[in-house]
Design a protein around this ligand. Sequence first.
Ligand SMILES: *[C@@H]1O[C@H](CO)[C@@H](O)[C@H](O)[C@H]1NC(C)=O
Ligand SMILES: *[C@@H]1O[C@H](CO)[C@@H](O)[C@H](O)[C@H]1NC(C)=O
Ligand SMILES: *[C@@H]1O[C@H](CO)[C@@H](O)[C@H](O)[C@H]1NC(C)=O
Ligand SMILES: [Zn+2]
Length: 476
Amino acid sequence: MTDSGSKLKIWKFLKIILSSLLITVLLLFTVASIRTLSLDVNVGLQLAHWEKTNNISLVIDHHQREELLANFKEAIRIPTVSFSETEINTTALLEFDRFLRKAFPTVFSSSLVHHELVGNYSHLFRVQGSQPDLVPYLLLAHIDVVPATESDGWEAPPFSAKEMDGFIYGRGTIDDKGSVMGILQALEYLLIKGYAPRRGFYIGLGHDEEVSGLNGAKNIVRILKQNGVQLAFVLDEGLAVIDGIISGLDGPAALIGVSEKGSATVKLTVSMLPGHASMPPRETSIGILAAAVKRLLERQENTNAFVRTTTAVTMFNAGVKVNVIPSLAEAHVNLRIHSAQSLQEVLDLIHATVADQRVKIELVEGFDPLPVSSADEKSFGYQIIKKTVLDMFPTVTVAPGICVGNTDSRHFKDLTSNIYRFAPAWFKPGDPQRFHGINERISKKNYEEFVVFFFNLIQNCDIQKLPEPHSSVHEL
Ligand SMILES: *[C@@H]1O[C@H](CO)[C@@H](O)[C@H](O)[C@H]1NC(C)=O
Ligand SMILES: *[C@@H]1O[C@H](CO)[C@@H](O)[C@H](O)[C@H]1NC(C)=O
Ligand SMILES: *[C@@H]1O[C@H](CO)[C@@H](O)[C@H](O)[C@H]1NC(C)=O
Ligand SMILES: [Zn+2]
């Protein structure tokens, strides 16, 4: 946040942070007619004859359980925090690099795996397949986490990985070290068991996802482009298995993100002549700005188009001495743009809604919603993810959804039109608030499921092509 107008010895008078509104919606999603989907979701291809690929099954014994949990806890204890685009904990990122090499010696020494550091702290692995004609895919996750301090109300210190009631607590347990560690642990076990994939694949681990991915994911994409790589699909974090969160939906649902909302950060500024509080002018900069912001947040007829695009005021600053009416007032508004709208449409709407020339409107940053990846019976990535989920959790409904939060996968849209956002985390009521909030945690059982999920997914990708859809679907 900027401290503009410092010439006038302006100090922060008003600082309203309404980011909680944003956090609450972060993990909410729109599920297109989930009820109608639920009838046929779990049949179709699941009845069809799948080429058998997963020859190696993972039965986690006592020793492995101890080992994979110890690795996971160690990952949580390294505070790889991204504070801002310019302030990341590079000490922790270097420590994390050393830790990965120690925890997954087979991954780092296998002749099938090529590893490189990207942007100094991100990682790109290429696992060579025996059949070069099979288009590779990419598993994506990120190493960095958002800040956390115990005084915010954590039941355990956020970088302690403390175990309580079968859960491991800590920043990053869900977002996103479950995937980082789950993917590499699965590959480590596969390689130890002598697995050699038919279909080659990549693993990308970004180090600055929480603050844009400009040095991590973006450079990974640049390298893949230079090498002429096209991807069958990308699987990144995003949605999860939700249980009891959407009212009216019976039973758990695995929502696979097929798109994510766009985003816009807009700065509204009002600049008026300064004055003394003893002679208040009819309208102050704060008053004008507050009225504009109120109009934006109101659900009036002309803002109906915002209904599915969420709007939150994230900063409101006007600096003065207690007895000086501020000349300058500014607010930052963050919008998450629904897939049916574009950035430009939303900007036009803001101008039309604010409708006050005294309010200067600037786009700080923004991008369009991501294209919608297909989720039909011919969608290789979607069907592989779905099969892997159903093999593990046969009673779960699988359906496509839209992510409200943004992920590193948005940088990959030139490499594939099939981007999916899912991890097998189980979310029960109250859990979405832990995301970027306090008491982020994962159950030990659920983390183990991450490892098994990626272990099976990698092998499921070895089929040459999807089976023909089963003809009996329509008879059901
Ligand atoms: C699975 O096992 C069969 C029989 O042992 C073998 O022919 C096949 O190549 C194996 N598949 C993979 C992907 O390793
Ligand atoms: C950065 O990480 C190191 C551990 O690698 C830790 O000791 C240090 O406290 C962290 N710094 C901040 C500002 O969090
Ligand atoms: C990587 O490190 C080098 C040398 O310390 C530095 O010049 C460069 O800017 C760094 N790159 C990134 C993306 O941080
Ligand atoms: Zn994340």
